[in-house]
Design a protein around this ligand. Structure first.
Ligand code: GAR
Length: 192
């Protein structure tokens, strides 16, 4: 049986789309579920266009105080969870249920520019304000602290002094699209 992925995303889902495309017709891995905390997230339309099941988390309280989502993951027989622009902290019960089986992508070179509030364009604005000469991506395991888990992969991109946060965002997004699915493939293929 193929390993079954769930992708969690809060936004437009361009990374999710790349991952779904990469694993379409893959011999050992499939995307089986897309989870979002926003009922109108673009990522849900992408999932539906690929006939992938979706689940919308009805509220933050349901996410943090109940294990309804965990039941959904079990019903869908999910082996591995990918956070692709998912902005809520992952609760303890999920980390315990999926030890070393949840990965996140962060649009900067952690440990710099991580933590609460550091997501999306906020990250790139901070990178430009600090006059950084490079930025990049970090793919890491998820633990109880935002952007803290063991690193699996980093890639860098050079920045120009004239780059705006929006330009940095485009450069970093291109790196994410070029690498995320391949890193997931490597990790998932080592699962027992
Ligand atoms: C990605 O750049 C991802 O690294 C970032 O959100 C974006 C989602 O874009 N995640 C974080 O900032 C997490 N702290 P997408 O919806 O187009 O894939």
């Amino acid at each position: 049986m193929k390993k079954r992925l769930a992708i969690f995303a809060s936004g437009s889902g361009s990374n999710a789309k790349k991952i779904v495309e990469y694993f379409k017709d893959h011999p050992t891995i499939e995307v089986a579920l897309v989870v979002s905390n926003k009922a109108n997230a673009g990522v849900l339309d992408i999932a539906k266009s690929f006939n992938i099941e979706t689940y919308v988390i009805p509220s933050k309280a349901e996410f943090t105080q109940t294990e309804t989502l965990l039941q959904e993951l079990y019903v869908s027989q999910i082996d591995f969870i990918v956070l692709a622009g998912f902005l809520w902290l992952i609760p303890e019960y999920l980390i315990e249920a999926y030890p070393n089986r949840i990965v996140n992508i962060h649009p900067a070179l952690l440990p710099k520019y991580g933590g609460i509030g550091m997501h999306g364009i906020h990250v790139h604005t901070a990178v430009v304000a600090a006059g950084e000469k490079e930025s990049g991506i970090t793919i890491h395991y998820v633990d109880r602290v935002y952007d803290n888990g063991e690193h699996l992969f980093q890639a860098k991109v050079m920045l120009e002094p004239t780059d705006t946060p929006a330009v940095v965002q485009q450069k970093v997004l291109a790196l994410e699209h070029a690498n995320f699915a391949q890193v997931i493939e490597k990790v998932v293929n080592t699962l027992p």
